[in-house]
Design a protein around this ligand. Structure first.
Ligand code: AMP
Length: 138
C-alpha cells in the first residue's frame, strides 16, 4: 500500500491535533473541517478500505468510535452528527487509508450536506440479493 498523508501522521512526520490514541487507533481533527469538531478516526493498520481491515483493528475502531463521538458532542454541544466512511475514489475517498469522519451538525447548516436519491427495492430481487450477500459472508 502506498504511503498516504495519514501514514505520515501516524509516523509523526506530519503533526496533527490528536484527540485519542491507543495501540490500534488514532483520532485527530480534520484539517479542512465541514463543521466545528470534525474529527477523523483511523486504524494504525495500513488498510485502504474497511473491507480490508483485520478483525482486531475493526474491533478496536468499533470500541473507540462511540467514545470519541461522545467527547466530540460534549466539546462542541452539537445537537446531531454524521458518521461518514468513504471507500474508493468513486465514493469520494481522497486519502487511501481507512478513516471515519465524525461530523457535527449544527442548526447554522454547517456539517455534512447529503444528496440522498432513494430508489425502490423490488421484493423478489431484494430477497435474491440478500441471500447472495449472506452466502458470501466469510
Ligand atoms: P476522504 O474524502 O473521506 O478521503 O477525506 C479525507 C479527509 O482527510 C478530508 O476531510 C481532509 O480534509 C482530511 N485531511 C487531509 N489531510 C489532512 C491532514 N494533514 N490532517 C487532518 N486531516 C486531513
Amino acid at each position: 500500500m502506498a504511503l498516504t498523508i495519514f501514514s505520515k501522521i501516524l509516523s509523526g512526520e506530519i503533526p496533527c491535533h490528536k484527540v485519542y490514541e491507543d495501540d490500534r487507533v488514532l483520532s485527530f481533527l480534520d484539517i479542512f473541517p465541514l463543521s466545528r469538531g470534525h474529527t477523523l478516526v483511523i486504524p494504525k493498520a495500513p488498510a485502504v478500505t474497511i473491507d480490508q481491515l483485520p478483525d482486531e483493528d475493526a474491533a478496536a475502531i468499533g470500541l473507540a468510535l462511540p467514545r470519541i463521538c461522545r467527547a466530540v458532542l460534549a466539546a462542541t454541544q452539537a445537537p446531531a452528527y454524521n458518521l461518514l466512511q468513504n471507500n474508493g475514489q468513486l465514493a469520494h475517498q481522497a486519502v487511501l487509508h481507512v478513516h471515519f469522519h465524525i461530523i457535527p451538525r449544527f442548526d447554522d447548516g454547517s456539517g455534512l450536506g447529503i444528496h440522498w436519491r432513494p430508489g425502490k427495492l423490488d421484493p423478489a430481487a431484494g430477497a435474491a440479493l440478500a441471500a447472495d450477500i449472506a452466502a458470501r459472508l466469510d
